[in-house]
Design a protein around this ligand. Structure first.
Ligand code: ADP
Length: 295
């Protein structure tokens, strides 16, 4: 089962073209949609989640014409939006029970079973009676996943889920998503490259509304093998290097600046070859894109 997006376009009424001929095939498993803020990720996610209209193009999944058969899509979809508000004075258990009944699980016993299993799955069973307002950021996100999982969806969309989570909570959240990705399409929209590196078997990079790269993370990284060069410089030397080389990434390390340069050849003998990673792919593709269409 694949989600197939073809030639999707969206221009907002203020003239911003948020999606430009977006075409992607998203298979089962974890799919990472990476892009800087304003790239069009949420627009794409909301369109797939049937929450907003596209101007043209199509989205299909398992025989469903997503843009037209909205109700059918909603029955197989779980969605965790970027801004996930909770009712602070309601317990996780009561809230899930309520959502389950909204989603059509009318039998009380069945609902209790579903809710209890989900609370176990997201590791909130021990705190199920506590009000959602008392939950940490990570707990709220896991609650968000539990609500998205009601009704055994075939596709789960999570928009920027790890912003604000501490490393332990993030790790736990990642493990939970991986588990779900074993038998579901999970689309993870994020601007955090590391989330995709560790989790996703397929990915795409979107920038200024366009897909600028897509494929398996390891293969995209391999394309840059031997083309990434590094050296440490003083911070004030950076503009000079940027003028001379394609500096795609800079990192502050013990007060010095480490730069990554994209080049087919050794820029000069002071550089060392660096092992390429997904961050290089991301920054190289975005830099190439910006050269064509500067912001
Ligand atoms: P991302 O999720 O990657 O940050 P968005 O899809 O939110 O990107 O936004 C893509 C572009 O569309 C941005 O330039 C944003 O300002 C613009 N945009 C998003 N929503 C609206 C809206 N409702 N009306 C007008 N412009 C919007």
């Amino acid at each position: 089962m694949n989600l197939i997006i073809e030639d999707l376009n969206k221009t907002y009424s203020n003239g911003v073209q948020a999606l430009k001929n977006v075409s992607l095939t998203i298979p089962q498993g974890m799919f990472g949609l990476l892009g800087p803020n304003g790239a069009g990720k949420s627009t794409l996610m909301r369109t797939i989640a049937t929450l907003q209209e596209a101007d043209s193009g199509s989205v299909t999944m398992d025989g469903i014409d997503v843009l037209r058969q909205k109700e059918e899509m909603r029955t197989v979809l779980g969605y965790l939006p970027q801004e996930f508000g909770v009712y602070p004075k309601v317990s996780a258990e009561t809230m899930l029970d309520h959502i389950a009944s909204l989603k059509g699980i009318n039998n009380k016993g069945e609902r209790q079973e579903v809710v209890s299993a989900l609370l176990q799955k997201v590791n909130l069973h021990g705190v199920r009676k506590k009000n959602l307002g008392t939950y940490s950021g990570g707990m709220k996100q896991r609650f968000g996943i539990a609500q998205a999982l009601i009704g055994s969806p075939k596709i789960i969309i999570v928009d920027e889920p790890t912003a604000g989570l501490d490393p332990t909570e993030r790790n736990r959240f990642h493990n939970l998503l991986s588990e779900i990705g074993e038998n579901t399409i999970v689309i993870l929209s994020t601007h955090i490259v590391e989330d995709v590196t560790h989790l996703c078997s397929d990915m795409a990079i979107i920038c200024q509304g366009e897909v600028i790269s897509s494929g398996h993370p390891a293969e995209l990284v391999a394309e840059l093998d031997g083309k990434i060069w590094t050296r440490t410089i003083e911070k004030n030397e950076l503009p000079e290097y940027q003028a001379q080389y394609k500096v795609i990434n800079t990192q502050l390390k013990s007060g010095k600046t480490q730069i990554h340069v994209l080049s087919e050849f050794e820029p000069d003998p002071s550089f060392e070859r660096a092992e390429s990673d997904l961050e290089d792919v991301y920054f190289a593709r975005i830099a190439e894109r910006m050269e064509v269409v500067p912001e």
